[in-house]
Design a protein around this ligand. Sequence first.
Ligand SMILES: [Zn+2]
Length: 264
Amino acid sequence: MFEKCEAIVIRATDYGETNKIVTFFTREWGKVAAMARGAKKPSSRLSAVTQLFTYGYYLIQRSRGVGVLQQGDIIDSMRATREDIFTAAYASYIVELTDKITEEHQRNPYLFELLLQTLQYMNEGRDLEILASIYETKMLSVMGIPPKLDYCAICGRTEGKFSFSIKEAGFLCHRCEQYDPHRIPLSAAAVRLLRLFYYMDLSRLGAISVKEETKKELRSVLSSYYDEYSGLSLKTKRFLMQIDELKKVSSSRKHQAESESGNG
Ligand SMILES: [Zn+2]
């Protein structure tokens, strides 16, 4: 029996000469895998609908293992994402993270909505780094490793100057600094943003502009926290760090070239 679902392609692997095994994150059933026969052939009607990041309606025959994909109707192909290497790198990280932290056949409409919204914002060209940080922050509760962001992890006070302690899994106030010599110092903006990212309704994200230093603080907290508590090692994350370096180098060269030509 084929059933209809609303889904996002989060992984597609070649299988044999002409087939693909596609992993979907569906609104109705959570993560499911399905065989797409012939999908590797460009002429196949399953070729376009099984591309990574595609959002659509699908007819799937579910089974305990790998089901069968019958057909798909694209709602959003996320074309802009696939055509830009930076956007594609960030989106790949988001879908791999989702894949790694979820079990098959576990319905989670909240996560589906969050994933869809994040990919759509990326596809629209909004700030990739901020979107990835928001997603990472929100995944902490999905993974069952929520940080303490409402009060000091040691004394429970809510006012003061805060830093972040990986060891205590949350904020540390200035009175309790001595409990963690490795605490990560934070600006007031970073403290506010971490809390905001964790609690905000992503669908209400307005224009958000964050300074480069603040982004760096957020990255430092989140990657240390993931290293310590998530147990994940994602190849898309390593790739992301490499191309981020590349981006910085190329933009500083561009600035240099511009100022040189300005002087000449
Ligand atoms: Zn304290």
